[in-house]
Design a protein around this ligand. Structure first.
Ligand code: NAD
Length: 438
């Protein structure tokens, strides 16, 4: 494999940028292309447009092998292998919106040549076949296709890319699969070589299964609350069974982010479009939606009517170690609280103080104690490590009512009680709602 032959990446977002930088780290030259001129200008100026731990350092280390451009001409003048990493958001019908994939495909097809298109974006099963048919219809007979879904997690993206659990490559021609596999030389992991539709399905099935695990443990948590059990110990006891495993068994207020909600919905839709009713996924989605709303119930059961009350949200990003707010639980929570007539204040280490368009009516503060000042309750929404280190005694002292609903079971209930907080987590039935913190 000639590592001097540059790889092209179309779409320089969370996945595209991390993939590009990691490929550069493996020794490849990479041309990153994006239609977002502001994003590319920032990257060209050495400024990283997203927060991902370690990313700025890895860009600095590999800058000599990275080129950033908004020009398809520049990209295609240099690159034969093209990764597509554009966003594939949900459409109103629940199907994945493939318009950006189609746009990129048309731009590439229009410039002809012999190329290999490698799909890294998450796309429904059957997309590969459609793209190949589109390419044929556009007369781009020299372009072949591979599916290479990405499994990285925001917040741990570099490690996930460089030390993945597996690399999945779907192609119809063996040599294309060999070409893609060779790009990852230097990474020691299992490589699954398969057809394009099967590779596409591995991605959806993986995300749907992880989402199912989360909704499952959340339902167990809800039952724990009814029967006086502790979901944390239940999950620990379950996870020691190697057939179950310990991961993704943390009960909380549900999954969010740019992947699980849309991918679970898209798989449900895909199944439905093919005539199959995916009953289990309906429940996974419904449980997740209800889980966020249960926090409102917990608040109301302690505070009564929420109208006129002040609630502080601690953490707004969909998970810690990222600045990503897409489909974050905080958006639903804040919206519901404001609808109920509560005043909402919030703090997140990634957000500037003031207003934010995703949180209309919410006052965002520049430090947690400011959000908590005079609050009738706090809800821990995102498990940022700094919340464990927070001075909870000072927090309790500035609140009007020192009530903490811990949506991630992140704060030790004993620490909360010692600080004088009234504490309620998710699925901690053995604390008992009335006795918590007493
Ligand atoms: N974010 C994750 O954790 C993650 C993990 C695995 C897979 N995925 C999948 O990867 C894909 C990308 O996700 P993301 O989070 O990186 O999205 P993103 O929104 O962060 O980045 C997408 C980028 O593509 C650019 N773009 C859109 N249309 C374009 C076009 N026609 N030509 C060039 N650039 C274009 C956008 O400007 C944007 O910068 C999605 O399909 C997603 O489901 C995401």
């Amino acid at each position: 494999m000639d590592r001097a032959a540059p790889i092209g990446i179309v779409g320089t977002g969370y996945v595209g940028l991390v993939s590009a930088v990691c490929f550069a780290h493996l020794g490849h030259h990479v041309v990153c292309m994006d239609i977002d001129a502001a994003k590319i200008a920032r990257l060209q100026a050495g400024d990283v447009p997203i927060y991902e731990p370690g990313l700025d350092k890895l860009i600095d280390d590999n800058v000599s092998r990275l080129t950033f451009t908004t020009s398809y001409d520049e990209l295609l003048a240099e690159c034969r292998i093209l990764f597509i990493a554009v966003d594939t958001p949900p459409s109103p019908s629940g199907d994945a919106d493939l318009s950006r994939v189609q746009h990129a495909t048309r731009e590439i097809a229009a410039r002809g040549g012999r190329r290999l298109l490698v799909m890294k974006s998450t796309v429904p099963v059957g997309t590969g076949e459609k793209v190949v048919a589109d390419l044929e219809a556009l007369g781009a007979s020299g372009i072949t296709y591979a599916s290479n879904p990405e499994f990285l997690r925001e917040g741990a993206a570099i490690q996930d890319f460089l030390e993945p659990d597996r690399i999945v490559i779907g192609t119809s021609a063996k040599e294309d699969g060999d070409t893609v596999e060779a790009l990852y030389r230097g990474i020691d992991t299992d490589v699954v070589r398969t057809s394009v539709p099967t590779a596409e399905m591995v991605k959806y099935a993986s995300n749907a299964f992880l989402a199912t695990k989360i909704s499952f443990i959340n339902e167990i948590a809800n039952v724990c609350e009814q029967v006086g059990a502790d979901v944390r110990t239940v999950a620990h006891g379950m996870g020691l069974d190697h057939r179950i495993g310990p991961h993704f068994l943390q009960a909380g207020i549900g999954y969010g982010g740019s992947c699980f909600p849309k991918d679970v919905q898209a798989l449900k839709q895909l199944a439905g479009n093919s005539g199959y009713h995916f009953q289990l996924l309906n429940a996974v989605i419904e449980v997740n939606a209800l889980q966020k709303r249960r926090v409102l119930g917990k608040l109301a059961s302690r505070l009564g009517k929420l109208r006129g009350k002040t609630v502080a949200l601690l953490g707004l990003t969909f998970k810690p170690h990222t600045d990503d707010l897409r489909e974050a639980a905080s958006i639903v929570l804040a919206g519901r609280l404001i609808h109920e007539g509560a005043t909402v204040r919030a703090y997140d280490p990634m957000l500037d103080a003031g207003d934010h368009p995703l949180f209309p009516g919410v006052v965002i503060t520049d430090e947690p104690l400011r959000a908590l000042e005079g609050a009738d309750a706090a809800v821990l929404v995102t498990e940022w490590p700094e919340f464990v280190r927070l001075d909870w005694v000072a927090a309790a002292a500035v609140m009007r009512r020192p009530l903490l609903i811990d949506g991630r079971n992140f704060i030790d209930p004993a620490v909360a009680a010692a600080a004088g907080l009234e504490y309620e987590g998710i699925g901690l039935g053995d604390l008992g709602p009335a006795s918590a913190g007493a």
